[in-house]
Design a protein around this ligand. Structure first.
Ligand code: NAD
Length: 292
């Protein structure tokens, strides 16, 4: 199946950039959120990423500023921001990127099932929730799958294509093909807790979180040491702030529940920050002050 038109539901930390990735690959995309201000934030993110990427090409003298302006207009012109489902009637592939709560996902999947054409594939960018459970809210569980991008979606190449219990082979293949169509590298995964990447990433992060709390080390000092060592592009506390502490905590709790205390760890300080509504970069405060 070739995807002529995609839709992204949820224009937050991930959604705006996911829409940009689709548009930059030549795919028309509807970007929906519940309020216009969130849609606008997603569109701004898409514009910032597009201009940044094209600006880089101008700097390297691969294209002129005039070409960059024209390409930016074309890419951004493919993204249709909205707060309604009015233009979902001809979409081929939907990527849901609403908050990581099954109740919200279920409601959105039922809505998407009603407003999209029968052939459309409905996917979730979930980090840890069950694809099978989301599919139960639809009449097409064979056409539901996980389609898991990584932050920042415009930069990270990998997409985990996740098979729910009812996902058909044809749908899995369509997911792999669409990932390639938008210039990403797909890997197929079973519906295992943490899939592949978060299981690996969190096993390392959990050791650092545990040591930080046991030894009372300043998280910023840890991030600084890791940054200076160049072992990783950024330390785990800054990364958690950028990803969103609610999302990071949810994944950590899920892995801890699935695999136990020996392998995973839930950072108590992170939990307290989330309970106080401090979710990192998106709310302006987390382990760091972000001054939004
Ligand atoms: N943040 C990350 O690094 C990351 C990485 C990979 C996957 N994910 C997953 O992607 C999903 C979204 O995460 P995020 O970090 O972008 O969340 P976020 O909180 O930054 O954004 C979610 C957006 O969804 C909107 N929303 C809420 N209910 C909605 C509805 N009914 N219809 C349309 N929009 C609605 C919110 O207004 C918000 O703008 C989650 O499942 C998360 O686990 C996140």
């Amino acid at each position: 199946m070739f995807v002529f038109k995609a839709a992204v539901v949820g224009a937050g930390t991930m959604g705006g950039e996911i829409a940009q990735v689709c548009a930059a690959a030549g795919v028309d995309v509807v970007l929906k959120d519940v309020e216009q201000k969130f849609v606008d934030q997603g569109l701004q993110k898409a514009e910032q990423v597009t201009k940044g990427q094209l600006g880089g090409l101008v700097k390297k003298e691969k294209i002129t500023q005039e070409q960059a302006d024209q390409q930016a207009e074309e890419i951004l012109g493919r993204i249709d921001g909205t707060t309604t489902y009015d233009r979902f009637g001809d979409v081929d592939f939907v990527i849901e990127a609403v908050p990581e709560r099954m109740q919200i996902k279920h409601a959105v999947f039922a809505e998407l099932d009603a407003v999209t054409p029968g052939h459309a594939i409905i996917s979730s960018n979930t980090s840890a929730l069950s694809i099978t459970e989301m599919a139960e809210a639809t009449t097409r569980p064979d056409r539901v799958l996980g389609f898991h991008f990584f932050w920042p979606a415009s930069v990270m190449r990998l997409i985990e294509v996740i098979e729910g219990e009812e996902t058909s082979e044809e749908t899995m293949q369509a997911g792999v093909n669409f990932a390639q169509q938008i210039r990403k590298t797909p890997i197929r995964c079973a519906e295992a807790p943490g899939f592949v990447v978060n299981r690996i990433l969190n096993s390392g992060a959990a050791e650092i979180w545990r040591t930080q709390e046991e030894e009372g080390i300043d998280p910023k000092e840890i991030d600084k040491a890791i940054g200076e060592s160049k072992a990783l592009p950024m330390g785990p506390f800054f990364l958690a702030d950028m990803v969103g502490l609610d999302t990071t905590l949810h994944v950590a709790e899920h892995l801890h529940e699935a695999y136990g205390d020996e392998r995973f760890y839930v950072h108590k300080g992170m939990k307290e920050l989330v309970e106080a509504g401090n979710l990192g970069q998106k709310t302006g405060k987390g382990f760091y002050e972000h001054g939004n």
